[in-house]
Design a protein around this ligand. Structure first.
Ligand SMILES: NC(=O)c1ccc[n+]([C@@H]2O[C@H](COP(=O)([O-])OP(=O)(O)OC[C@H]3O[C@@H](n4cnc5c(N)ncnc54)[C@H](O)[C@@H]3O)[C@@H](O)[C@H]2O)c1
Length: 316
């Protein structure tokens, strides 16, 4: 068992990550400005944009590991300058505080948005499925803040060497357990509405991941961080796309001119490859909208008798 700070443990991703870590036997403390009043893990209320308060909270807890999730998590949900300032300040303060208390592992959440999809003047993937080597092109404060967070982690690797293990993960559109049951997702509509209206998910190329699968990724990273390249970045997504049609036809419909790139996405394969996480950490997503929606909702679509494509086969 180790003591782990999860920043943003009140959030849709943080709740599941903290829960999975507790189930794996860790002593978890969530640092969040808005506690949820759970008895599953300890909660400390702190505004992580406050540098001194962040250091003080870390000194009181003295974690061995840190999972950094706290952020303004939705693009354009606050003024652009507020999103940029908040997300970058929090990340910098957390990395500093982890160093002050001698934490030896820190994993930070970035976002697939760093690749640049949805840009107002057009965006095309250089290839599909997207992997961690694809060029980045953030176009708003949120995605830029995430790119800066990736740079803060890279800076810390250079500063601290291999004595401290750092990592970055880019979770796809997170779906929490209650959202499978019908609660609104991050974008306001339900999972079923996202499937019924492909235009909702088209902008992010139909990516998604179950929050508990993302929690399992965090556990796998904490276990494996010592034996993989320090500072590695990972896409973390489901093994299929959040769509009823296969992406080789769906992606070109919404992103004209991508027929040749999308040809690799037959058989319901996702547009984001999690192959690196499988290869380096042995992590594989086990939940799909096909299993999770049908479990909780009798009218789940039947289109998908086809099983989700394994992450490996989705990698060109
Ligand atoms: N949800 C997604 O689909 C998704 C996709 C890609 C990346 N991410 C990233 O994953 C992380 C978690 O996302 P989420 O969906 O759980 O977001 P969320 O909004 O549900 O949770 C974020 C948490 O951070 C806390 N927080 C924000 N500002 C804070 C501050 N100044 N001090 C202390 N706590 C603060 C909030 O109170 C909240 O509990 C974020 O970094 C987000 O950018 C999320």
């Amino acid at each position: 068992m180790s003591r782990i700070i999860v920043t943003g443990g009140s959030g849709r991703l943080g709740r599941s990550v903290a829960d999975v870590l507790v189930s794996a036997g860790h002593d978890v403390v969530s640092l969040d400005r808005a506690p949820i009043g759970t008895d599953r893990f300890r909660e400390v209320t702190v505004d992580l944009t406050d540098h001194a308060a962040t250091i003080e909270a870390f000194e009181a807890i003295r974690p061995e590991s840190v999972v950094h999730l706290a952020a303004i998590a939705v693009p354009f949900s606050a003024p652009e300058d507020v999103i940029f300032r908040t997300n970058t300040a929090i990340a910098y303060n957390v990395v500093e505080a982890a160093g002050v208390v001698g934490a030896t592992r820190l994993l930070a959440a970035s976002s697939p948005t760093v690749v640049g999809y949805g840009a107002p003047h057009g965006w095309r993937p250089e290839y599909l499925p997207l992997d961690e080597d694809h060029p980045l092109a953030p176009w708003n404060a949120y995605s830029l803040s995430k790119r800066v967070i990736e740079e803060i982690i890279a800076m810390a690797v250079v500063r601290d060497g291999d004595a401290v293990r750092y990592g970055v993960f880019r979770p796809c559109f997170v779906i929490s357990p209650e959202e499978w049951e019908g609660a609104p997702t991050q974008q306001g509509h339900t999972v079923r509405e996202r499937l019924d209206h492909p235009e909702h998910a088209a902008v992010s190329l139909f990516n998604y991941v179950d929050a508990r699968d993302a929690g399992d990724f965090v556990v796998a990273w904490l276990r494996g961080a010592d034996r993989i390249p320090n500072g590695s970045t990972f896409f973390v997504g489901a093994a299929d796309a959040l769509a009823r049609e296969s992406l080789d036809t769906l992606v070109p419909r919404y992103l004209p001119g991508t027929e040749s790139q999308a040809a690799s996405l037959a058989s319901f394969a996702p547009a984001f490859s999690s192959k690196r996480a499988a290869d380096l950490l042995g992590w594989r997503p086990v939940r799909s909208w096909r299993t999770e929606l049908s479990a909780g909702a009798p009218s789940a679509p039947s289109v998908s008798a086809a099983p989700p494509a394994p992450a490996e086969s989705s990698h060109a």
